[in-house]
Design a protein around this ligand. Structure first.
Ligand SMILES: C[S@@+](CC[C@H](N)C(=O)[O-])C[C@H]1O[C@@H](n2cnc3c(N)ncnc32)[C@H](O)[C@@H]1O
Length: 301
C-alpha cells in the first residue's frame, strides 16, 4: 500500500487541519503520545507530511555509515516504520527487523509495507530488547524525559551487537538529545562512526548546533497540506552513529551547506576538536573539483 492510499476517503479539509495540528505539535517539541486527534486523520497526516521526511533523514544517515553488514535491526519508537523501511533499502542482507511502537494505529499502518517484520505494540521504555546488529531510534528518544531516555539508551547499547543510531530533529533541542546520547554511548565504550570525526567532545559552540539537511520531493498532496509552493523540502536532522568496535571516523565533516563563490568554495568543516571555515581556491584544481561535488553532511578529507 502506498502512503497516500491510507488517506483515501478522508476529506481534504480534515487532512489539512490534522497536518497543521501535527506540525504545530512537533514544532512545540511535544511528544507524539500527547496528540489529541481523530486516529485515522492523525496517522494519515503523519504519513503524508512526516513519514517521507524522517525516511529521507534516516536514508541520509545510513548513507554515511560506510560498508557494514547488517542482518538484524531493532527500531525503537518505530511509528509506521519509516526508518526500518529506509534500512531495508540500504542493507541488502537485512533479514530480521523488530519494530517497537506504542501507537496501535501506526503499527497497523506500518504492517502494510513491512508485513514480514516483527511488530511489537508496546512501550520501549519497558519492553525487553533481544540482541540485534543495529539498534536505531529515529525521532523517538527525544520524546522521553532524560532519565528514561538514558535508561532506554543503555539498554539499546546492551542489545546492539554492532552499533546504535540516534536520529533527532535538526533543532537545538534535537541536537541536545543527540549530543547527550553520544556522550553516554562513548562513556560506555563506543566509538563514533558518524557524523563526528572521532570521539572528542563536540566542539560546537553554545549558540550553535550540529545538523544536516535531507532533500525530499513533495507530492502534490504533501505540498497542499503544507501550503507550500516548492516541489521539495529540506528535512533538518541531527544524529549520532556509535559502534562497539571497528569504527573508522572521517577526517572532517561538512557541517553547513557549502558556499559557492566565483573561483572559491567555502566549506564549514568539523575536525573533531574545532569547527572552522576552510577555503578551496579554483587554483587547486583537484581539491576544487572535489569541493564542487561535496555536499552538506558529507565527510571531507
Ligand atoms: C516522531 S515519531 C517517529 C516515528 C518513526 N521513528 C519515524 O522516524 O518516522 C515518534 C514515535 O515514537 C513513539 N514512541 C514514543 N515513546 C515511545 C515509547 N516509550 N515506546 C514506544 N513508542 C514510543 C511514538 O508513539 C511515535 O510513533
Amino acid at each position: 500500500m502506498k502512503v497516500e492510499e491510507y488517506a483515501a476517503g478522508i476529506p481534504l479539509a480534515a487532512l489539512e487541519k490534522a497536518a497543521a495540528q501535527l506540525s504545530e505539535h512537533y514544532r512545540a517539541g511535544k511528544a507524539s503520545g500527547k496528540l489529541r486527534m481523530e486516529e485515522r486523520e492523525r496517522v494519515a497526516a503523519y504519513l503524508l507530511t512526516r513519514f517521507p521526511a524522517t525516511y529521507a533523514a534516516v536514508s541520509a544517515v545510513l548513507g554515511q555509515v560506510g560498508d557494514v553488514e547488517v542482518e538484524s535491526m531493532l527500531d525503537l519508537g518505530a511509528g509506521a516504520g519509516a526508518a526500518s523501511l529506509a534500512a531495508k533499502e540500504r542493507f541488502a542482507g537485512l533479514r530480521r527487523m523488530t519494530l517497537v511502537e506504542t501507537d496501535a494505529a501506526s503499527v497497523a499502518a506500518g504492517r502494510a509495507w513491512l508485513p514480514d517484520a516483527d511488530w511489537v505494540c508496546g512501550n520501549f521504555a519497558e519492553a525487553a530488547f533481544a540482541e540485534h546488529d543495529v539498534v536505531l531510534a529515529s525521532y523517538a528518544l527525544g520524546e522521553l524525559k532524560t532519565a528514561a531516555r538514558m535508561q532506554a539508551l543503555e539498554r539499546a547499547w546492551a542489545a546492539a551487537r554492532r552499533m546504535v543510531m540516534v536520529i533527532e530533529p535538526g533543532s537545538t533541542a534535537g541536537f541536545g538529545v543527540v549530543r547527550e546520547c553520544r556522550d553516554r554511548l562513548l562513556e560506555m565504550g563506543g566509538r563514533t562512526v558518524a557524523p563526528c570525526p572521532g570521539d572528542l567532545p563536540c566542539p560546537m559552540g553554545a549558540d550553535d548546533w550540529c545538523h544536516f539537511g535531507a532533500r525530499l520531493e513533495r507530492s502534490k498532496l504533501h505540498r497542499r497540506l503544507k501550503h507550500g509552493q516548492l516541489s521539495y523540502e529540506d528535512e533538518k536532522y541531527s544524529y549520532a552513529v556509535v559502534a562497539k568496535e571497528g569504527a573508522e571516523a572521517c577526517a572532517g565533516r561538512i557541517v553547513r551547506r557549502p558556499a559557492h563563490h566565483p573561483g572559491l568554495i567555502e566549506l564549514t568543516v568539523c575536525r573533531g576538536d574545532r569547527v572552522a571555515v576552510e577555503r578551496v581556491n579554483k587554483r587547486d584544481r583537484n581539491k576544487f573539483g572535489a569541493a564542487r561535488r561535496a555536499g552538506w553532511g558529507e565527510a571531507w578529507p
